[in-house]
Design a protein around this ligand. Structure first.
Ligand code: SF4
Length: 259
């Protein structure tokens, strides 16, 4: 328990995505001597290897500076189990699937209408733990939203917004302190799951180019999804695009440009 916690009776809990904004918030809160009692992060299991290395480095820093480690929360079964194996329970969903000839197992690719992954693998886990800490320890919850995204703020504490730090400045703050995310932000706009079907086309093109081993895994996931769920939304990586077709397209572009 920190001195501040003893003084105020509140526990100071940070939720950390691991991206530039929440990382900059943690680094600045350490530098500015703010109390930190726990740092909570949710691991989808599908982060870039560079992100896992970054989180390890940040954890080492946090432990050196404040003597605590990041608390990592994980769904007990993970992304692939949810995608392919979770047994559907609701009678309506079972009836629908039976009518369409779709297996009662698995959620398939996340889609705009059923974005199950964010809830199951991140927000439910974090919210449950934060709500517990709020109820049991009177926790103050710190969230790494940058000043240019202040519209996302609700009823927690948002130090980057309070300090007027934008997303671009947050990245600079991380770089200046030696946290470069293994170069992820030099390639991609975002640093979340490599298998995300909501990525822009250009991000997928870069995934194939810069992370061919993950691209191969993505093709395997998609082949399995199409086999299990067929051509409907559950088996569709992107509207009108399978990963195999994207592979053809990107390879064609490469041949045309002579690269
Ligand atoms: S990054 Fe994409 S795949 Fe990962 S949890 Fe978020 S929406 Fe789902």
């Amino acid at each position: 328990m920190t001195t501040k916690q003893q003084n105020t009776g509140s526990l100071h809990a940070i939720s950390l995505s691991g991206g530039k904004d929440s990382t900059a918030m943690v680094l600045l809160m350490i530098e500015r001597g703010m109390p930190i009692d726990c740092v909570i992060s949710a691991d989808t299991g599908m982060e870039f290897p560079e992100m896992y290395a970054h989180l390890k480095k940040l954890d080492d820093h946090l432990f050196r500076e404040r003597g605590i480690h990041i608390t990592t929360l994980r769904h007990p079964r993970g992304f692939e189990w949810l995608m392919f194996e979770e047994k559907k329970q609701k009678p309506r969903s079972l009836e629908n699937r039976a009518r369409l000839g779709i297996t009662p197992y698995g959620n398939g690719w996340p889609g705009i209408r059923v974005r199950w992954c964010t809830g199951e693998l991140k927000t439910h886990l974090i919210n449950k733990e934060v709500n517990r800490l709020k109820q049991e320890k009177n926790a103050i919850h710190y969230v790494g939203i940058a000043a240019d995204e202040a519209w996302r703020c609700k009823n927690d504490r948002y130090p980057l917004v309070e300090w007027g730090i934008t997303e671009a400045q947050a990245l600079r703050i991380c770089y200046d302190r030696g946290f470069d995310f293994g170069g992820l932000y030099e390639i991609y706009h975002r640093a979340s799951c490599w298998c995300c079907p909501f990525q822009r086309m250009d991000e997928l093109r870069k995934l194939r180019q810069h992370h061919p081993e993950l691209w191969t895994r993505l093709m395997e996931l998609d082949n399995r999804a199409r086999q299990q769920f067929g051509p409907g939304p559950l088996g569709q990586f992107k509207s009108n695009w399978s990963v195999a077709r994207l592979e053809e397209r990107f390879a064609g572009e490469e041949r045309a440009s002579g690269t």
